[in-house]
Design a binder for this molecule. Structure first.
Ligand SMILES: NC(=O)C1=CN([C@@H]2O[C@H](COP(=O)(O)OP(=O)(O)OC[C@H]3O[C@@H](n4cnc5c(N)ncnc54)[C@H](O)[C@@H]3O)[C@@H](O)[C@H]2O)C=CC1
Ligand SMILES: O=C(O)[C@@H]1CCC=N1
Length: 263
């Protein structure tokens, strides 16, 4: 698989690390206006760093666009003459619709919008995928790529904004919950590094329990909640203070915002 990441910024580099770690690609072009900051990728034999998008497109079959939304239109216009019928065009770009992409490069292209998250760097992304009509033929290929970076799910394009909030912004939401737990642990007397480790591994353990058992969260909550004990005391206080409600409200605010952002 010969791939290129056009715009190897924060998310593009996360994807690159995952692809390289799992040896998914035979060659990987990483483009950026100034490649100095990604020179470390030169350590990989498969990687070519360049600021020349045309060179990357000519030498790759799978093109992953990871630039800021405002840059995509001009980049696609510039690259259109170089696109051939085999190119698979994957975007990771928030809010840039398939209709808009097709209006620039044509409908007769394999186009797949994706929304991975930054955990791609460690092979734990949750990536949602929406193909255009022709792109459906390549959805299995896209799943192969993104399953190597974690897990993937094909969804209708009209759910992609919601998926962005839950999965991409979701990384930030979960980080805050871990940080808050760490702050609580420090207040209970743990050193900061110990508190961070306790919070992180407990979060990982909770997610692993759900993944491996298939249980509902409440079933696992019941298993640790002793009647009249300390867990229910803490849980009820958190709910009195609006824990679930604040998360749901935050998710809805984030969703309102993403729907206001125009590219
Ligand atoms: N799924 C997620 O977790 C996230 C997704 N996003 C989406 O991913 C996209 C990329 O976001 P970030 O990685 O945070 O942005 P970024 O700004 O870190 O990366 C974009 C890169 O594109 C490069 N670039 C700009 N013009 C270029 C050109 N003409 N040719 C080649 N490279 C060019 C820039 O130098 C930069 O390194 C955005 O569209 C954003 O909506 C952003 C943050 C998180
Ligand atoms: O914060 C944002 O708007 C972008 C989209 C999802 C993650 N980062």
């Amino acid at each position: 698989m010969k791939a290129a990441i056009i715009g190897a910024g924060s998310l593009g580099q996360s994807i690159a690390k995952g692809l390289l770690k799992n040896k998914v690609v035979s060659s990987l072009y990483l483009t950026k206006r100034n490649t100095n900051s990604i020179a470390d990728f030169n350590a990989y034999d498969e990687v070519v760093l360049t600021s020349d998008n045309e060179e990357a497109v000519k030498n790759s079959d799978i093109l992953i666009f990871a630039v800021q939304p405002r840059h995509l239109e001009q980049i696609l216009k510039n690259l259109k003459p170089l696109l051939n019928e085999n190119h698979v065009i994957i975007t990771v770009i928030t809010g840039f619709s398939i209709e808009k992409i097709e209006a620039i490069i044509g409908v007769d292209r394999f186009i797949i919008r994706s929304m991975p998250n930054t955990a791609a760097a460690v092979g734990q992304s949750m990536t949602c995928l929406s193909p255009n009509t022709k792109g459906k033929e390549k959805i299995a290929l896209a799943k192969t790529i993104f399953n190597s970076l974690g897990q993937s799910l094909e969804i209708p394009e009209d759910q992609l904004q919601a998926a962005t909030v839950i999965c991409a912004s979701g990384i930030a939401f979960w980080m805050r919950l871990i940080r808050a737990t760490t702050q609580g642990a420090i207040q209970l007397g743990f050193e900061a590094d110990e508190a961070h480790k306790l919070a992180m591994q407990t979060c990982f353990g909770a997610a692993s329990l759900l993944k491996e058992s298939g249980n509902h969260p409440e079933a696992e909550i019941d298993r640790v909640t002793t009647p009249g004990g300390c867990t229910i005391e803490g849980l009820n206080e958190m709910e009195h203070q609006g824990l679930s409600s604040s998360l749901i409200k935050g998710i809805n605010k984030s969703f309102d915002k993403i729907n206001q952002i125009k590219n």
